[in-house]
Design a binder for this molecule. Structure first.
Ligand SMILES: [Zn+2]
Length: 252
């Protein structure tokens, strides 16, 4: 009988830093089983929690960590979690992912089969630490005292942030997106952290759409992780538009 691999070793884009400051990036995973499939139908799990439990269940080892707990998976960066979902999808169900997109111009449905082997993944170099990103806003934010703030320093979201916003996402996806982004802001101009907290997502809602776009663009294009964005071309009207491969559809 042929022996198929039961363990798969993959390299996380960023990696998990433990309490002692050591980085763990080599992840050993195995295919999803019926246990994990049942998690997909568990109504008590929020979407963020579902990802945590799926990964915990399939992650055999993470670097030197032999027992990967839910807490560790929650503390992992979202880009690493999404990367692991991609790998789990690939080893469990194969590299072909069918997806459907709708042309924003003529409403034609475009069916695409993605090759998961060809999706670009940006990784940090060996020994390279994750750096914050600084975004310069064009219009910026004017606070209650009339001061203008145009520089935002951001870091990447983690599983705990995803879990935090999951319940909001069901009712109000844009609000969830803003709450998540707010949790990634380490500094906003010269605003003291308490002021930033007091403004809450209002500060993001007051930004121009252009500035908001800059922020999301910076997070998507400058940070490590899987590049889920790609260009879709509509055969009916010739329009090209940006599609995003949705990890939610990976296992349905
Ligand atoms: Zn079209």
């Amino acid at each position: 009988m042929a022996q198929y691999p039961r363990e798969f070793e993959v390299l996380l884009p960023v990696g998990y830093t433990d309490g002692a400051g050591r980085v763990h990036r080599q992840a050993v995973i195995r295919k999803m089983r019926g246990h994990e499939e049942s998690l997909l139908y568990d109504q008590t799990l929020s979407s963020g929690r579902l990802v945590t439990e799926l990964i915990r269940s399939c992650l055999i080892r993470l670097g030197d960590i032999e027992t990967v707990t839910s807490q560790i998976v929650s503390e992992m960066y979202t880009v690493d979690r999404n990367y692991l979902l991609l790998e789990l999808r690939r080893i469990t169900l194969g590299e072909h992912l069918p997806a459907l997109y709708v042309c924003p111009r003529c409403d034609t449905e475009i069916s695409v089969v993605h090759d998961l082997n060809k999706i670009p993944v940006r990784r940090l170099e060996e020994g390279q630490a994750l750096a914050d990103i600084t975004v310069q806003l064009e219009d910026g934010y004017v606070d209650r005292e009339g001061a203008l703030h145009t520089e935002i320093v951001l870091t990447l979201p983690r599983g705990i942030d995803e879990e935090f916003v999951s319940s909001i996402a069901e009712k109000d996806p844009l609000r969830a997106q803003d709450v998540l982004l707010l949790r990634c802001i380490k500094r906003f101009g010269t605003l003291p952290p308490a002021a930033l907290e007091a403004y809450g997502i209002k500060i993001l809602r007051d930004l121009t759409m252009g500035d908001r776009h800059h922020i999301y663009q910076a997070l998507n294009s400058q940070m490590p992780g899987v590049d889920f964005q790609f260009l879709v071309r509509c055969g009916s009207c010739g329009t090209s538009f940006q599609g995003v491969i949705d990890v939610v559809n990976f296992f349905v």
